[in-house]
Design a protein around this ligand. Structure first.
Ligand SMILES: [Zn+2]
Length: 236
């Protein structure tokens, strides 16, 4: 499974990317993790730093400057995991922190990796307001909203959609509505073994669903993964 890629996990990037994967993108969720995400031991591992919407109460007053400076000093890094979640407190503060991070990603030309649960209406409003100050590329991690949204936002905001193996017909439908050139696989895992297993399951399920071989399916997803990381280079 040499072409298998994990577009969204939480493995600490100083641990080598699992041998069975051709690439992985590791997301930090809190400010205290960022330092650890500036180093890695191989050229298949890519990292993102950001404030997750569940972690907004953990920020320090200087967080935005620290994010900006760390990204400037580390051209290898992307921005993530950021976003909004209706089931967590204080959507107004979430929005404020999210917008600041999108603007920084835009200014520094880094892709942004997004978590959004039940708040796509708010995100679309923010995207529209930011208009030309949007990041060059968005990864919508574990996209779980209306499949009709996919065609509305894919080209407009250069959005890629990452999925684990679908658990029901709704999630199958989202995958089927996603253009093959914008499809990614993800584990959301914290360790290499789980990541490998979940990516293998995801590729097999997507291949079956889209009526192609696993190798062919993995190759297309690998090409899409290359588009995401084309904005950065591996960490030295
Ligand atoms: Zn995650």
């Amino acid at each position: 499974m040499t072409n298998y890629t994990d577009a969204h996990c939480h493995i600490i990037p100083s641990a080598p990317c699992p041998e069975m994967l051709a690439g992985c993108i590791c997301n930090a969720t809190t400010q205290s993790e960022w330092e650890k995400f500036c180093a890695t031991s191989d050229d298949k591992t890519f990292a993102c730093i950001g404030i997750h919407p569940w972690q907004i109460e953990t920020i320090t007053p200087n967080w935005a400057n620290e994010l900006y400076n760390t990204l400037v000093n580390n051209p290898c890094l992307m921005v993530g995991e950021i976003g909004m979640d209706k089931y967590h407190a204080d959507l107004d503060t979430q929005a404020e922190i999210f917008i600041t991070q999108l603007k920084i990603a835009s200014e520094l030309n880094r892709p942004a990796h997004i978590h959004c649960v039940g708040a796509w209406d708010k995100l679309l409003h923010i995207f529209k307001e930011l208009s030309k100050s949007m990041p060059p590329l968005i990864v919508a991690h574990a996209f779980n909203d209306d499949p009709g949204l996919i065609s509305q936002i894919a080209d407009k905001y250069n959005v890629y959609f990452s999925y684990s193996a679908p658990q029901d017909t709704k999630s199958e439908n989202r995958i089927l509505q996603t253009p093959p050139t914008r499809l990614l696989t993800e584990s959301d895992a914290y360790d290499g073994d789980t990541a490998v297993q979940k990516i293998e399951d995801a590729v097999n399920a997507i291949a079956t669903l889209t009526d192609q071989g696993a190798a062919e399916c993995a190759e297309q997803i690998y090409q899409n993964f290359q588009k995401v990381i084309s904005y950065v280079r591996p960490i030295d």
